[in-house]
Design a protein around this ligand. Structure first.
Ligand code: ADP
Ligand code: MG
Length: 305
């Protein structure tokens, strides 16, 4: 188990991390979420041993790794948003080069290329690969180390929807044995909801909330938004409902939203809505709050760098 305790880090007197705690068990994909500049990469690089923290402690399986290392532990490997790769080598040559530095897995390099779906591309030079293929190669290179902990820093941000799903599948498969851990930083809440067993929401250098995605939603943005359209005036019973808000007026139809805290409230609102003849029943829509709503609620709506 990885335990990260009270990590702080300043750049030129500006505190970027202010005492961050985090833990991750084998079998987990742990998400570090946060807007641009929140400190995600800084935190990951401190755990990886690529940069030094000012204070705090990092333990792996109860062994202190310390925060003043100048090297990455053998049991860790990193996937970046885009991996700089030598353009004129082939995928196979590069895999063999990496594998040679990890004596355990020279025989695995071919296997890994097929795991990431690059078997047919192994002999072409890397500069002819697509962005998604390069990212999959970056993952294969990281997996060649057979790390106990794989760090993925916004691994799918540059990818199209199909390629993102392939990368998600690779990360999920990596933890499936229950022995490996993935630490994933992302600002895409769909990615976190799909992949992560637990998430930490980092904002302005502090963990603002943590838990499973479901717990985070339940604690921070419980309930649903019920939306509907009506062609006439609202009935008295609808007007009496709490948390009702007009959100628009299009083609002679008024649009409304109601926030319902729990299942009982949804049922009550639905009874009133379906008994009001001016409400277009086909327009009624219920949307459960998601991690994205939690993210906006806790990190604000203002533009980030
Ligand atoms: N080497 C550095 N020198 C000075 N400031 C830095 C350095 N690295 C990151 N920062 C600053 O630290 C903050 C957090 O950055 P970062 O960890 O990259 O955030 P994120 O990955 O969440 O987008 C930002 O304000 C960034 O400008
Ligand atoms: Mg970053």
């Amino acid at each position: 188990m990885l335990e990260v305790k009270k990590i702080s880090k300043s750049y030129s007197g500006v505190e970027v991390l202010k005492g961050v705690d985090l833990y991750a068990r084998p079998g987990e994909i742990v998400g570090v979420l946060g807007p641009n500049g929140a400190g995600k990469t800084t935190l990951l690089e401190i755990i990886e041993g690529l940069i030094q923290a000012d204070s705090g402690d990092i333990e792996l399986d109860k062994i202190q790794l310390g925060i003043r290392r100048n090297n990455t532990s053998k049991s860790m490997a990193v996937v970046l948003q885009t991996t700089p790769l030598p353009p004129f080598m082939t995928a196979e040559e590069l895999m063999q080069l990496f594998s040679a530095s990890y004596s355990t897995c020279i025989k695995k390099s071919r296997e890994l290329l097929s795991v990431v779906g690059l078997e047919s591309k192994k002999e072409v030079s890397i500069n002819t690969l697509s962005v998604g293929q390069k990212q999959r190669l970056g993952i294969a290179l990281a997996l060649a180390a057979e790390p106990d902990i794989l760090f993925a820093d916004e691994p799918s941000s540059a990818l199209d929807p199909q390629a993102r799903r392939i990368v998600w599948g690779l990360l999920k498969d990596y933890v499936a044995s229950g022995e490996k851990t993935v630490i994933l930083s992302t600002q895409h809440m769909d990615e976190a909801e799909t992949l992560c067993t637990r998430v930490y929401l980092l904002s302005e250098g502090r963990i603002r909330s943590q838990g499973t995605p479901e717990e985070m939603v339940r604690e921070n943005a419980p309930g649903c938004v019920i939306s509907f359209q009506t062609s006439g005036e609202l009935s008295d019973s609808l007007l009496k409902l709490e948390n009702i808000e007009k959100t628009g007026f299009i083609d002679g139809l008024q649009k409304f939203e109601i926030i319902a805290k729990d299942g009982h409230e949804i049922a009550r609102v639905m009874r009133v809505l379906t008994s009001d003849e001016s409400v277009d029943v086909s327009s009624i829509n219920i949307k459960r709050n998601t991690l994205e709503d939690v993210f906006i609620k806790l990190t604000g709506r203002s533009l980030r760098d």
